[in-house]
Ligand binder design. Structure first.
Ligand code: SF4
Ligand SMILES: [Zn+2]
Ligand SMILES: [Zn+2]
Length: 311
């Protein structure tokens, strides 16, 4: 297989795009495409300040790398969850994130949940109703709250996450199976800013997971290979496996599934856009983030119930 641009031996073959590229041209193609998506979906402009949520994984570190290569002002945010799981998951992912930031001379903000709230994610999960079973519900709620809080407090215009096409297609698949219209309405490459919350963007949402793995490896990015130990057996991994089977039989099916959904939503064929004012969102009386609850948001209500252990 030869690179379409220079005829040298190809390093990456993307069947769904009918495109094979050598290492150098692949490492040019990914940022070019990312830049195209940023403009197409009007994610942000060069004068805006971007906060990239980095976990130490291939997607978020690659996203940070690409945005900096494209010349954007992008700082990182690492949220320390306090997850060990026998593989020292949080320590190792933090170490690799700090290493990346130092090597590239980038600004990294670190928030440790235990230092901030007195309990790690697993401990917080144990102390709440939500902690029955996996800590993922508590973890997801806490990460969203902290990303919003830091972006707002530090005055960033945009919060960028490294969700790739496999992530987005799996979420779309799950929400379609249950016809969760409220979630489907909010899923997309851009979630506009609303009172007190920065705009949220997913610049990698059209890249397959294996494309991001190839980018990270060819760029020499040192990332954490292990998944979070709590991800094992999750529904999203199950959906990804099903979608991978479909993709093997029909290359490009995952991309078509996601892009046709975006198109149908944009054209108004599927849904009526919600009237956010009618949703009666107002600021949480404790943290100020928007909520539909009468006083405290879900995160602050959860934190009221737990008894933090001083650290
Ligand atoms: S898999 Fe791990 S990082 Fe992901 S939500 Fe669950 S606990 Fe958090
Ligand atoms: Zn080439
Ligand atoms: Zn709150």
């Amino acid at each position: 297989m030869k690179c379409r641009k220079c005829g040298e031996k190809a390093s990456v073959n993307m069947r769904q795009h009918k495109l094979a590229l050598c290492k150098d041209h692949y490492l040019e193609w990914i940022p070019e495409q990312t830049d195209r998506f940023i403009k197409k979906y009007q994610m942000f402009s060069p004068d805006e300040r971007i906060l990239v949520a980095v976990s130490g994984g291939k997607d978020s570190l690659s996203l940070w790398d690409i945005l900096v290569r494209l010349g954007f002002h992008a700082d990182g945010l690492y949220i320390g969850l306090g997850i060990d799981g026998g593989i020292n998951y949080s320590n190792e992912s933090q170490r690799l994130t700090e290493e990346f930031a130092n090597q590239n001379n980038l600004k990294l903000h670190i928030v440790e949940i235990e230092r901030e709230y007195g309990l790690s994610i697993p401990a917080l999960s144990m102390q709440t109703q939500r902690g029955l079973g996996k800590p993922c519900a508590v973890c997801g709620l806490t990460k969203r709250h902290e990303m919003n809080r830091i972006a707002r407090d530090l005055g960033y215009d945009v919060l960028a996450t490294g969700h790739n096409l496999d992530d987005e297609a799996a979420v779309l698949f799950g929400n379609t199976l249950t016809w969760s219209a409220d979630y489907l309405l909010r899923q997309g490459p851009v979630l506009p800013a609303s009172d007190g919350l920065s705009r949220k963007v997913k610049p990698l949402c059209r890249f397959y997971e294996r494309e991001m793995t190839a980018y990270a490896l060819l760029r020499g990015i040192n990332y954490i290979y292990e998944e979070c130990p709590h991800a094992v057996g999750s529904t999203s991994i199950y959906y990804k496996e099903i979608l991978n089977q479909i993709e093997t039989a029909r290359p490009g099916a995952k991309l078509t599934f996601y892009l046709r959904f975006l198109e149908a939503r944009r054209s108004g064929e599927l849904f009526v856009e919600p009237n956010l004012e009618a949703a009666h969102l107002h600021p949480c009386t404790n943290c100020g983030q928007l909520t539909s609850a009468p006083d405290l948001c879900t995160f602050c209500r959860m934190m009221e119930k737990v008894k933090p252990t001083p650290v």
